[in-house]
Design a protein around this ligand. Sequence first.
Ligand code: ZN
Length: 199
Amino acid sequence: MATVPKPLDRLIQELVRLPGIGEKTAMRLAFHMLRAERREVEALAAAMLAMRDEMTTCSLCCALSASDPCEICGDSQRSGEIVCVVEDTADQLAVERSGSFRGRYHVLQGALAPLDGVGPEDLRVRELLARLTDGAVKEVLVATNPTAEGEATALYLARLIKPLGVRVTRIAHGLPMGADMEYVDTATLGRALEGRRDM
Ligand SMILES: [Zn+2]
């Protein structure tokens, strides 16, 4: 049996480590790159490296961003009175796409998952509380995913934040249970944001 030539195999082994990429897809991608022009492959490799090097974490909202503070935290046109809490930067981008929110964000970088060993200290909770001390934020809109972990995180945050005298709201139900905000269509997400309820 012929073996896969070493350089080709090396790339395939790297590609199968990526999420959602199986052996077949890895092979298809590798062959595609083999046939592509050298400058195309160069552009792909350069984009991957630049993304790693140029992305940073916003020290205010903890979102992944190309600048610190991020574009949204630095935008004086946006309301500082309402902060939308999301699990990750992909969810933040989904809320942005809905066009229904003009406040600021806070990215937790995960959700509580005790069974997987993810506790409050693993999330950016302390950073969120620090933003609520000067009275500028009037409302925290919790837009964690409608999953068991997302709901538990929302309840946990409400218990911490309400005693500070800050209004805590939860994105409206109507999002399918178990859904990932990232994949909810923008109209549904817009309605869920508008129909938020006090916790
Ligand atoms: Zn920010």
